[in-house]
Design a protein around this ligand. Structure first.
Ligand SMILES: Cc1cc2nc3c(=O)[nH]c(=O)nc-3n(C[C@H](O)[C@H](O)[C@H](O)COP(=O)(O)OP(=O)(O)OC[C@H]3O[C@@H](n4cnc5c(N)ncnc54)[C@H](O)[C@@H]3O)c2cc1C
Length: 393
């Protein structure tokens, strides 16, 4: 019986000093006041060019980010690979709005594919379409509004960038995820993903779309996507996540007076997530699946479904994925039991990765003084190591 309780396995890659260091970091970011002040101070210091880059790099960056560029991620790729945990290089530069930056992002994504093609420990690449397109153009296409001639040309450039990346992934035989984002730009992105899958997923799933099960309509959309794949005879790549923009989605729906697309409760979200896992495993002949989750119950549910369906742990059509620096108890225990696991390893210049780091800090801030999930696991492992040392002396 697989369990995520084994902290010895979870932290096998961490020395005592690494563990102490993570303990101190999670203790600090567990304090909401410090996170609030730290967030404002960091933004201010970077804006006035105060030299704090080194400090960020040596602290929170070290826990959650692979490096400033692909080369700097080498150590992380090797450290994870030693325990059969793969890496997904995630160029985490956000909020760009001009064609030069979009071309640069496409070029960087192609560089991650090149890095993956000769490397056993990098099973996937990934990109966000907002790294390649203006948010407003995606919004307009998703709302099915008429584009001007100039906008038509702009969107043709977006399609061209997406196609170039997916074609390169196909030619290098490296599978690639397209991340999901806000619901009001998702239709344009779903259409692009479907178009790419139709072309490049003829023999296996190269391109994966992402399904956010915190949306009420995504389980049925997953089923619809499967029917499209059946009809046009291609493989469906499905990354299943709960969804990262809940507050923003609810706020917009309220402000603009339309029904929120988000599930009414966490339980509804969990139920749809697990139903989506079941749907994928039951249709594994045509669907390749990645469960992008830190939820222990859903991860164990997927293990159970694989057993029931007779799918081998090592079957590469099913991957589990977590973010670097989080939920190592899930990643390392699954990998040790022979399942296919890969971590998202974000990278990019310190200033550019800052929004990502702030989100991670906020996610690990304690709710009403409770000790967070990561911190509890670290404390448990510190205690285990101490007891082990005592018993061997
Ligand atoms: C490898 C990986 C890839 C990812 N890729 C994407 C991506 O492409 N797009 C994206 O949007 N996110 C992505 N995420 C983030 C993901 O969507 C979640 O925000 C995050 O993983 C937390 O959800 P969980 O499944 O780990 O578990 P849990 O901690 O069990 O669930 C938390 C999540 O449940 C949902 N939720 C919480 N409360 C409620 C409520 N009251 N009602 C309804 N729903 C609720 C929210 O989605 C929340 O994030 C990714 C995560 C991982 C690990």
């Amino acid at each position: 019986m697989l369990s995520f309780d084994n902290t010895e396995v979870s932290f096998s890659g961490k020395s005592d000093s690494d563990l102490n260091w993570s303990y101190r970091l999670f203790k600090i970011i567990g304090n909401p006041t410090i996170v609030k002040i730290g967030n404002a101070l960091t933004k201010f210091a970077l804006a006035i060019r105060f030299p704090i880059k080194g400090m960020i790099k040596a602290t929170i960056f070290k826990q959650f980010v692979g490096g400033e560029n692909i080369e700097e991620c080498k150590k992380t790729i090797e450290a994870l690979g030693k325990y059969n945990v793969g890496t997904i290089l995630d160029y985490s530069v956000e909020g760009k709005e001009n064609e030069t930056d979009f071309d640069a992002c496409a070029k960087e994504t192609i560089a991650t594919i090149d890095r993956a093609k000769n490397e056993n420990h990098i099973p996937f690449s990934v990109f966000k379409i907002t790294g390649l397109a203006r948010f407003a153009i995606l919004e307009k296409v998703s709302a099915k509004q008429k584009l001007s001639a100039e906008e038509e040309k702009e969107f043709a450039n977006v399609r061209e960038r997406v196609n170039k990346i997916c074609k390169h992934a196909h030619d290098c035989n490296v599978s690639i995820f397209i991340d999901a984002e806000e619901s009001w730009i998702q239709l344009a992105m779903d259409n692009l993903a479907n178009e790419m899958m139709r072309v490049y997923n003829k023999k296996k799933a190269i391109v994966y779309n992402t399904f956010q099960l915190y949306r009420k309509d995504r389980l049925s959309y997953l089923q619809e996507s499967f029917l499209m794949a059946e009809e046009a005879n291609y493989f469906l790549g499905a990354k299943l996540v709960r969804g990262a923009y809940m507050e923003k989605e609810r706020k917009r729906a309220k402000e603009m007076n339309y029904p929120s697309p988000i599930q009414n409760t966490k339980e509804d979200c969990d139920t749809d997530y697990d139903r989506a896992l079941e749907f994928c495993v039951n249709n594994i002949e045509r669907i390749a699946l990645c469960a992008g989750t830190h939820n222990e119950k859903s991860s164990l549910h997927l293990v159970e479904l694989m057993k029931q369906k007779g799918v081998a742990a090592s079957d590469k059509r099913i991957y589990f994925s977590q973010l670097l620096g989080m939920s190592d108890h899930i990643s390392f225990n699954l990998a040790k039991a022979g399942y296919s696991v890969a971590k998202y390893v974000p990278y990019g210049p310190v200033k550019e990765v800052l929004p990502y780091l702030i989100r991670r800090a906020q996610e690990n801030t304690s709710v009403k003084g409770q000790t967070g999930r990561e911190l509890s696991l670290i404390i448990k492992e510190k205690k285990r190591r101490k007891a082990h040392l005592r018993s061997t002396n």
